[in-house]
Write a protein that binds this ligand. Structure first.
Ligand SMILES: Cc1cc2nc3c(=O)[nH]c(=O)nc-3n(C[C@H](O)[C@H](O)[C@H](O)COP(=O)(O)OP(=O)(O)OC[C@H]3O[C@@H](n4cnc5c(N)ncnc54)[C@H](O)[C@@H]3O)c2cc1C
Length: 367
């Protein structure tokens, strides 16, 4: 089989690694527009048991990545300066660049060397392959070659992805209200020396502040001032930290002809539930499995991939959508007292009912 993989993010790298490992005869070409050490953002978090889903089938990758992860067992919600700890809601995190390097090493260990600085720019370049794996992210170019029934809906909040040298003990959600409006920061350490700091606010606040016409230094300074207590004198660091609206990407069809979508090209999951990277890797696992089971029968393999994966993905997306829309409306919740606010926060995705919460977070519920 002759496979083209477009994109060497988590989805493309993990798919090509797994496919080569399971079927060394397959020819796999990976193209990536960026150099190997380019990345946006700082860290990524993984919810719950992080990479547990890899442990059984791919202990080598699990062992390669987990020593580089930061992990904690509680989550903190800060509202009106009052921290409320929600016990038992564990997360782990890793720098995105560290993660990509480790995935590149895993791919290299089975002979996969992506062609970096190679941008796929025309549909003609997709010809001559038995299978094309579109792992080219939320703004996928490959998606343009067929009718996948794509919809992209932007959430209304504005966010920018920063870093800071301040090291936070847990994943913390800090909410601040001032004369301009309401602000939120998602912040967590992703290495012993560095934390991720995602700054977010609603569209009206963003306009009132005048962020659209503000230079980068002034923007950083404004954000630092809003979260001065949280940062404790530390600076924010920028890395292509442009203002964005989160795009909810959905596709009615997951494959067309010999082209299949995986990762963010297939769908995005709001970052507040910390699942986009894991979903991308799980897509890679499911796709490889279907291809191995239906070798030389691409249409059957792609149908089986979608049938197996769609119900799981849709459940998670329902939670991600609910969480994303809670953030889009968070200023309405700011009138709540800190503990009620934390309760609203933790119920936002609809995944944790009060009975389950009592089991997971007994101290918080008792409080
Ligand atoms: C603010 C923010 C915070 C996030 N936080 C988290 C988090 O905490 N936890 C989490 O799990 N996820 C998080 N995510 C989501 C996560 O980043 C994605 O879900 C994940 O990276 C998807 O992997 P991917 O490989 O599908 O896509 P990408 O990581 O986007 O990779 C796609 C690759 O394709 C390449 N490419 C694109 N077009 C072309 C082309 N024409 N030719 C060649 N190459 C091309 C790109 O350069 C890129 O390397 C966050 C996202 C955002 C925006």
């Amino acid at each position: 089989m002759n496979i083209l993989v477009v994109g060497a993010g988590p989805a493309g790298l993990y798919f090509s690694y797994l496919a080569r490992r399971l079927q060394p005869r397959w020819r796999i070409r990976v193209v990536e527009q960026n150099p190997p050490d380019a990345t946006f953002g700082f860290g990524v978090v993984f919810s719950d048991k992080a990479l547990e889903f890899l442990r059984g089938d791919d202990p080598q990758t699990y062992d390669a990545i987990t020593p580089h992860m930061e992990a904690w067992t509680d989550l903190t919600v800060v509202h009106r300066g009052t921290p409320v700890v929600i016990d038992g809601i564990g997360f782990s995190a890793i720098g995105r660049l560290t993660f990509l390097r480790l995935m590149q090493q895993r791919a290299a260990s089975v002979g996969i060397e992506p062609e970096f600085l190679k941008t796929l720019s025309s549909s003609g370049e997709l010809k001559g392959y038995d299978l094309v794996v579109a792992a080219d992210g939320a703004n996928s170019i490959v998606r343009g070659v067929a009718d996948f029934g794509t919809t992209i809906t932007a959430l209304t909040n504005k966010f920018a992805w920063f870093g800071t040298k301040k090291i936070f003990p847990t994943l913390t959600q800090t909410f601040v209200e001032n004369e301009h409006g309401s602000f939120n920061a998602h912040h967590y350490r992703h290495s012993p020396e560095m934390s991720t700091f995602v700054f977010e606010c609603d569209a009206r606040t963003w306009q009132r502040v005048g962020f659209s016409g503000m230079a980068e230094t002034a923007t950083l300074q404004f954000c630092e001032n809003v979260f001065a207590d949280t940062l404790g004198g530390h600076r924010l660091v920028s890395n292509k930290s442009v203002w964005r609206n989160f795009p909810n990407v959905r596709n009615a069809r997951w494959h067309a002809g010999n082209v299949v979508l995986i990762g963010d090209a297939l769908r995005t999951a709001h970052f507040s539930i910390g699942s986009g990277t894991r979903l991308a890797m799980e897509d890679a696992i499911a796709l490889t499995k279907s291809l191995v089971e239906h070798e030389n029968e691409i249409p059957e393999a792609l149908t089986a991939f979608e049938a197996a994966r769609r119900p799981i993905v849709e459940k998670l997306l329902a939670a991600a959508d609910a969480s994303g829309s809670w953030y889009d409306r968070f200023p309405e919740q700011m009138k709540l007292a800190p503990r009620d606010f934390a309760w609203s926060y933790i119920q936002r995705s609809g995944r944790i009912d009060p009975a389950r919460l009592r089991k997971i977070s007994p101290k918080f519920v008792d409080g």
